[in-house]
Each structure stands twice: as structure tokens, then as C-alpha cells.
Design a protein. Structure first.
Length: 101
């Protein structure tokens, strides 16, 4: 019995290149302006997709006793990914999908 939440096979390099191209095309078309960059990684049967965004800083944050400056805080947030999802590869256009919450 097929279980989309277990198993899978290693994603071949040609499939990795195609999937990354397709993900970036959809992201550019549908989500432009919602992220500053994407990180698409492959490991064995998985494809992980993360997004980075420009932080929105409120006035007065961080407080004076915060251990980092406003610029350091913003830079840290810029470099902290939002883990979006993970794809699991089973072969020729057969995938499992996990959305991170």
C-alpha cells in the first residue's frame, strides 16, 4: 500500500535541476515580493524549500538593553529562514508533500 509519508527514493540530479527550475518559476510568478530569496535543498529523497524575507521592525525595538543593535537584529532576521515545506520523491512525478507549520 502506498504511503506518501514514508519511504521514497533518492532524487536524481536531472530531476533536482528540473524541480528547482519549476519551483523558482512558480515562486516568481505567484509569490513575487513576498520573499527576498529562496533556498531549495535536496537530500536523498527529500527536497526542502525555505524562504527568506525582509524583516519589519517596529519603532523602539529592540530595547536599549537588548544584546544586539537594531542593525544586527535586522540582519539576523534577514538570515533566518522560514521553513515552508518538504517534498518526498517516489519517482516520475510521484511526490509526497509536508507543509511546515
Amino acid at each position: 500500500m502506498f504511503d506518501p509519508d514514508s519511504g521514497g527514493i533518492k532524487i536524481p540530479p536531472a530531476v533536482q535541476a528540473d524541480v528547482e527550475k519549476r519551483i523558482r518559476a512558480v515562486a516568481e510568478k505567484e509569490f513575487k515580493g513576498h520573499y527576498t530569496r529562496l533556498d531549495i535543498r535536496f537530500r536523498n529523497q527529500f527536497c526542502y524549500i525555505d524562504a527568506y524575507t525582509e524583516p519589519v521592525l517596529t519603532d523602539g525595538w529592540p530595547p536599549a538593553d537588548w544584546p544586539e543593535t537594531r542593525e544586527e537584529y535586522a540582519e539576523r532576521l534577514r538570515n533566518t529562514p522560514t521553513h515552508l515545506c518538504r517534498l518526498r520523491y517516489f519517482g516520475a512525478d510521484e511526490w509526497g508533500f509536508a507543509f511546515f507549520t
